[in-house]
Ligand binder design. Structure first.
Ligand SMILES: C[S@@+](CC[C@H](N)C(=O)[O-])C[C@H]1O[C@@H](n2cnc3c(N)ncnc32)[C@H](O)[C@@H]1O
Length: 184
């Protein structure tokens, strides 16, 4: 499959699909952290490039419910963030998964198809992650483990804190690649 991982600088989901033999590309405004097939630029410019599957991680800064106290001064940014999310979910690609934390997209778009947690995929941490799915089955947990640490609490402050918080958990990336390698 030709797989696009939209809004990914880490290369984690891209490489999980590449390991399974797919032609997988990440795309982000930032360079990739791990060398690999990466488009450094605006993902909106490549949505029509013939992908079979897209997994999208759009920015949640102006969408996440956890940031609601900042919303009133950020109306324009929020409108742009909603438009960006909708451009991804409505892309002309047969199978799409869009991921976000608990966010206003549950009401602005629709309720997510499922909410997953890292502890269902081998990481003893909590981070509620909503998935909106098109043409894809729900993810089945692969490795339910003990441990409910909140990642956000153990990260030191610093300019790259948002990166640490936003990198996809490898166990979730592996489950996506295993369960969404659908070729029929
Ligand atoms: C929440 S982070 C997702 C990180 C991802 N989970 C990972 O493991 O790399 C959102 C990313 O969207 C990227 N982004 C924002 N606007 C974009 C655009 N128009 N085209 C491509 N990437 C964009 C940001 O640079 C940021 O890295």
């Amino acid at each position: 499959m030709r797989v696009l991982i939209a809004c990914e600088f880490s290369g984690i989901v891209r490489d999980a699909f590449a390991l399974r033999g797919h032609d997988a590309w990440s795309c982000d405004l930032l360079p990739t952290e791990i060398p690999g097939k990466h488009i450094e630029g605006n993902v909106l410019d490549v949505l029509e490039d013939g992908w079979d599957l897209m997994i999208a991680h759009p920015p949640c800064t102006y969408l996440a419910v956890s940031g609601a106290r900042w919303f009133k001064d950020k109306t324009e940014e929020q409108v742009q963030a909603i438009d960006f999310f909708m451009a991804l979910i409505e892309a002309p690609i047969p199978r799409i998964a869009a991921e976000n934390p608990i966010s206003i997209m549950s009401t602005r778009y629709r309720k997510p198809d499922q909410i997953i947690q890292p502890w269902q995929f081998g990481h003893g941490e909590t981070k509620a992650t909503c998935l909106w799915l098109k043409g894809l089955p729900k993810l089945t947990p692969t490795d339910v483990v003990d441990g409910r640490a909140q990642r956000v609490h153990r990260l030191p402050p610093g300019p790259d804190r948002w990166k640490e918080r936003s990198r996809t958990f490898p166990g979730i990336a592996k489950a996506m690649a295993e369960q969404w390698s659908i070729t029929a």
